[in-house]
Design a protein around this ligand. Structure first.
Ligand SMILES: [Zn+2]
Length: 193
């Protein structure tokens, strides 16, 4: 069985995750874009309180059991952002893109669960914030975000048709803009810069 990359196994809220990203250095591997997924199984209904540390450990056991060296980079639920595979190394989540892309898994089955209300909307907001934080750190244009199903090497219909790419990218753009507004508010000493 190949060497397994130990998982990070830490959970953050949006602000904590942004700070965490600022401390990372992509010197050995630099991803070109972020790929968005849904877990489908488990669905939101199957994880009424989101992921626990034990759930994350179980996922580690699952991917190791497949004989994989790593899994996706993040598991995002309605409460927090779990770091799974270290963000500064390659993961495994989309057959054609593992060497060039960070994989973000969103808890839910967005073929049948709502992505614009309730817990699905909370997952969406956390995922948008996580993608914005990583993208800002790496200097990635939100337009480069891709959905798993766009990988020509996959047959998976992921992340579900309730996740609309243009809306997701728009959310990330707004989040990035809000980050920058936050940095300059309330008093910008150089308002014309
Ligand atoms: Zn996927």
């Amino acid at each position: 069985m190949p060497d397994w990359k130990p998982i990070v196994g830490l959970a953050f809220n949006q602000q904590e995750f942004d700070r965490y990203c600022k401390g990372l250095n992509w010197s050995a591997w630099r991803p070109s874009f972020i790929t968005v997924h849904n877990t489908a199984v488990p669905s939101l209904a199957q994880r009424p309180n989101g992921f626990s540390m034990q759930h994350i450990r179980n996922l580690e056991g699952y991917y190791r059991g497949l004989g994989w060296r790593a899994g996706p980079h993040l598991f995002v639920d309605d409460r927090q952002i779990w770091v799974f595979t270290p963000l500064t190394t390659t993961g495994r989540h989309s057959p054609g893109w593992n060497n060039v892309s960070i994989g973000v898994e969103m808890l839910g089955n967005y073929d049948i669960e709502a992505f614009n209300s309730g817990r699905g909307l909370a997952v969406r907001r956390n995922a948008v914030a996580a993608v914005a934080s990583i993208g800002r750190r790496l200097g990635l244009d939100p337009a480069t975000i891709r959905l798993h199903k766009e990988d020509p090497a996959t047959t998976h219909d992921c992340p579900g048709h309730n996740v609309r790419k243009d809306e997701f990218i728009g959310d990330v753009r707004a989040k990035v803009a809000a980050f920058y507004d936050g940095e300059h508010a309330p008093a910008d000493p150089h308002p014309d810069d």
